[in-house]
Ligand binder design. Structure first.
Ligand SMILES: Nc1ncnc2c1ncn2[C@@H]1O[C@H](COP(=O)(O)OP(=O)(O)OP(=O)(O)O)[C@@H](O)[C@H]1O
Ligand SMILES: [Mg+2]
Length: 367
């Protein structure tokens, strides 16, 4: 067996290869708390070349988090080990942080303990994303069942209310019309909302076919340009080599219509709406059932509206969360549900004052 030969012939060397091949980070910390060695995964995780990590205090990789520094110190001084410390690693170049799970073990040299410490660092970004998306899906399906029952119950009396109001309007003199108009108009609004709730709650099986996403986007633009706000500049930045994707035409149209409408509604005084498409080859939503990365397309919708405050971003996929007087707050959760049924992903980034960018990733084949 070649693998067994490698181990016996060249044991040390082989360990080096194991560390360089490891997709998790391994850092050797000196007794003084400085980085002494690190494997390539660390370089990739922290976006910093190994050479510039050498000799730096390890706490700089996890700044402002005393818990991890204390635990490393304890490993160095007392030889204690710690598992699964949750903290955030920082990428100096971009000033962004990412969730990590760190295990700290005392480094033993020839059986002499505490000659330093070994850190095993796992990037938890993907795990967190999957955790959050499955939590969101759970919430959505609970709410779906509840909405379905409620919408049915509300729709029937609503028809009676609005019908009676219309009848009364015909019989009463003009001066009473304005009150009844409010009843009729608001009933219509509730009805539209109920329709949207039913859309959201009904399990809609996917009718799959091969779709040209550009065609779908163009049809939506055509519609929206006609009755959309003025002073909007539309920019289409399409990748002509974009492959067709497998999907349900009506449902995906609804997704992009919701997103384009949100963007336009965010720019009542004008602005730029940009639609961008491209192939996304290292798509990494992996599930147990589908462990392989698949080719995906990315559709990006950008606007130059007011953006979304950081504290509101976490709520935008929550059903009924709306900041609009006439909004139902179901556009984004419904879109997310459809995209996830297509085994895709949605990401929203926004900077107050600059605008919002919504990304939709869709696998080319659902398979
Ligand atoms: N492009 C955007 N720019 C700024 N805020 C946005 C944007 N897209 C969504 N939002 C915020 O997210 C909220 C939820 O959006 P969502 O589409 O789910 O509901 P809505 O637009 O309020 O109502 P509707 O059900 O009619 O779509 C919005 O009310 C708005 O506050
Ligand atoms: Mg909306």
């Amino acid at each position: 067996m070649p693998a067994a030969q490698l181990m016996t012939d060249n044991g040390n060397h082989c360990f080096e290869h194991i560390f360089s091949s490891f997709i998790d980070g391994v850092i050797l910390v000196s007794p003084e708390g400085f980085v002494q060695q690190a494997n390539p995964a660390v370089e990739e995780m922290f976006h910093t070349p190994i050479e510039s990590l050498m000799g730096r205090a390890v706490s700089e990789l996890f700044p402002d988090q005393p818990e991890i520094s204390i635990k490393i110190r304890e490993a160095l001084t007392r030889g204690t080990s710690f598992r699964d410390i949750r903290c955030r690693g920082i990428r100096k170049s971009s000033q962004t942080s990412f969730p990590t799970s760190v295990t700290v073990s005392p480094y033993m040299n020839n059986g002499v303990p505490a000659q330093g410490a070994v850190l095993h660092v796992r990037d938890m970004s993907l795990f967190k994303e999957l955790e959050e998306s499955s939590k969101r899906m759970d919430e959505l399906s609970h709410l779906g069942a509840l909405s379905l029952g409620m919408a049915h119950e509300i729709k029937n009396p609503l028809v009676a209310i609005s019908g009676s109001a219309q009848l009364l309007r015909k019989r009463l003199p003009d001066q009473h019309h304005k009150f009844l108009d409010v009843v009729i108009k608001e009933s219509e609004r509730i009805n539209r909302m109920m329709e949207r709730m039913l859309d959201f709650a009904r399990p809609a099986p996917l009718e799959l076919k091969l779709l040209n996403i550009h065609q779908i986007l163009e049809e939506i633009l055509l519609l929206e340009k006609k009755d959309g706000p003025e002073d909007i500049q539309f920019v289409q930045n399409y990748d002509p080599s974009l492959p067709q994707v497998e999907g349900d035409e009506d449902q995906l149209k609804q997704v992009f219509l919701n997103l384009v409408r949100n963007a336009l509604e965010a720019m009542p005084k004008g602005g730029t709406l940009e639609l961008m498409t491209r192939i996304h080859s290292n798509y990494t939503v992996k599930t147990e059932a589908n462990p392989n990365s698949r080719q995906a397309i990315l559709v990006e919708i950008r606007d130059t509206g007011p953006g979304i405050r950081e504290e509101d971003l976490k709520d935008i996929f929550t059903p009924f969360h709306t900041t609009k007087s006439k909004g139902s707050g179901l556009g984004l959760p419904l879109s997310l549900k459809i995209v996830e049924n297509h085994k895709g992903k949605m990401k929203v980034q926004s900077e107050p004052g600059k605008g919002t960018q919504v990304q939709v990733f869709l696998p080319v084949e659902l398979g």
